[in-house]
Design a protein around this ligand. Structure first.
Ligand code: SIN
Length: 534
């Protein structure tokens, strides 16, 4: 397959908070940021609750650290969490200086909300809980001002690896069906998560685990892929199109007095945790799951009648409910847990370096060690801001020592001899969503995970064996199925190997953690799966 070659100092794959923060820190270098679809179709754009930072009276980075470590259930990397919480106030100042407008109280101070497992009101929000949109637009405006090239409609197919060093990417231009070899000594992956692999998700539909999979194929270390966080409350809408993100019902609502009721009308959270509705997210999710099983219902209900000024404080959720025939306050809001966040990912140090020279990662696709086994609410936009910026500073320092990439002869993995039919590809995607939801979901077991792994093998065989005529229009779907299969196997392998329950990873056959301090899962292509944990 013929390809076009272009050269830059750095390439960023992904245009959410982590990618754009990286772009802003590298403004003296020649860079390109690419995104699939549009530059704003990101998980950042969908974020509601906000950004956690110790900026309120009576709060401190130490308290933020304690809450993050407690939620992380023994799997956080303390040094990384210290960076996160100490640099948080400065990250907020940078955003405000760029023009971000956070919701404020009449006295001008930030209107901080409280979410599960936070000991203080600490979460900044904007536009009445459409915080992600404010962050996305503010960063994008600033990036446009410094003149970094932006390319929408580019799908990163694979990394270019030369003698163990990442020297660029292979990308498919979806606008005109062309293959590009984009070379740069610095490649930043900021591609977000993998919610699209689950039946119910709050994630954007372009979150199929692409970044994890291309990094894994290239030789990066994927750490703790089994650590999938399920948000307790997504709006449950029967008949909602499968694979579309379910609207999120922010935890901040429970911080403001909303209560969870089961299908029998009982308020149940105090039966599961002394903090009731403000219990850590994993406990709330498991409690909802248990109540749904007990009552044989496919949702529970959020009673918001105790939330003051609901329509004014939470306009987005209010409108979403009204659009779906629910009047908050009068009607209880039906909610279900949904896949929300991947806490594991490409292992990096605190400056964004992955295990392969030339490769950097930040945001949800990375595993910096800040989230452990259970991310504290509203630490994710923060992670993208802090570690995107740190990785940029590291890349600028590294750049003068990096060799200039050489153009490769050809792209050997390109499926020139044909791809499966569209029908087969879509069927595999649909089956993955159902399989992971039921077999590698909120509660897992050896049996469910063995089934998942053998089903995934079967799907992979079908994917590899069915080669129809080459159709350029199917290249993106073909790669997204290939990536979905890779990432699903990583999740199921990690979950199978972790013979304990820790944070968001619940095994009904191993209900306890093996020790207070957790061990990491590390998976590397062509290396044996490590000994089971537990
Ligand atoms: C929420 O608003 O409930 C989500 C916040 C988060 O996931 O960090």
């Amino acid at each position: 397959m013929k390809f076009k070659t272009r050269h830059y100092d750095f390439i960023i794959v992904g245009s959410g908070v982590a990618g754009l923060s990286f772009a802003l820190g590298t403004k003296d270098l020649k860079g390109l940021t690419i995104a699939r679809s549009s530059l704003t179709r990101t998980n950042t754009n969908l974020a509601q609750g906000g950004i956690a930072a110790a900026v309120g009276e009576g709060d401190s980075p130490e308290l933020h650290l304690e809450d993050t470590l407690r939620a992380g259930a023994g799997l956080c990397d303390r040094a990384a969490v210290e960076v996160l919480v100490n640099e948080a106030p400065e990250a907020i100042r940078r955003l405000v200086d760029m023009g971000a407008s956070f919701d404020r109280r009449p006295d001008g101070s930030f209107d901080l909300s409280r979410e599960g497992a936070h000991s203080r009101r600490r979460v900044l929000h904007a536009r009445g809980y459409e915080t992600g949109k404010e962050v996305q637009e503010t960063l994008l405006k600033s990036v446009k001002k410094i003149g970094i090239e932006l390319g929408a409609g580019f799908f990163c197919l694979d990394l270019v690896v030369d003698n163990g060093r990442v020297t660029g990417i292979w990308a498919w231009d979806e606008n005109n069906g062309e293959l590009h070899c984009i070379l740069a000594p610095i490649v930043m992956l900021a591609t977000g998560g993998c919610g699209e692999l689950y039946l119910y998700t709050t994630n954007s539909w372009l979150s199929g685990g692409d970044g994890f999979s291309i990094a894994y194929r290239a030789g990066a270390v994927i750490r703790d892929p089994e650590m999938i966080q399920f948000h307790p409350t997504a709006l449950f809408l029967p008949g909602y199109p499968e694979g579309e993100p379910l609207p999120l019902i922010t935890e901040a609502l429970r911080g403001d007095g909303a209560a969870l009721h089961n299908a029998a009308g009982e308020q149940f959270m105090l039966r599961y945790h002394p903090d009731g509705e403000l219990a850590p997210r994993d406990i709330t999710t498991l409690a909802i799951f248990t109540e749904m099983e007990k009552e044989k219902s496919n949702c529970v209900f959020l009673d918001v009648s105790g939330v003051e000024a609901f329509p004014e404080r939470f306009p987005y959720i209010y409108e979403e409910c009204i659009r779906n025939g629910i009047t908050p306050g009068k009607d209880k809001i039906p909610v279900t847990p949904a896949m929300h966040y991947s806490m594991g990912g490409i292992k990096t140090d605190i400056d964004g370096h992955a295990a392969l020279p030339g490769l950097y990662a930040a945001g949800e696709v990375s595993s910096t060690g800040v989230h452990g086994a259970n991310r504290l609410a509203s630490n994710s936009l923060l992670e993208g801001l802090v570690f995107g910026d740190r990785a940029a500073k590291a890349a600028v320092r590294d750049f003068p020592r990096m060799p200039k990439p050489e153009t490769p002869g050809e792209y050997l993995s390109f499926p020139s001899e044909g791809v499966p039919s569209e029908e087969t590809l879509l069927e595999i995607k649909k089956n993955i969503r159902r399989l992971l939801w039921s077999n590698a979901g909120i509660v897992r077991s050896e049996e469910s995970l063995c089934n998942a792994l053998s089903e995934l093998d079967r799907m992979e065989q079908l994917f590899e064996s069915e080669k129809n005529i080459f159709d350029p229009a199917l290249v993106p779907l073909n790669y997204s199925v290939r990536n979905a299969l890779t990432m699903s196997k990583l999740i199921a392998t990690g979950a199978y190997n972790r013979r304990e329950s820790r944070g968001a990873h619940k095994r009904c056959d191993f209900p306890e953690p093996v020790s207070p301090e957790g061990k990491h899962t590390e998976l590397v292509v062509n290396k044996p799966v490590p000994e089971p944990i537990g």
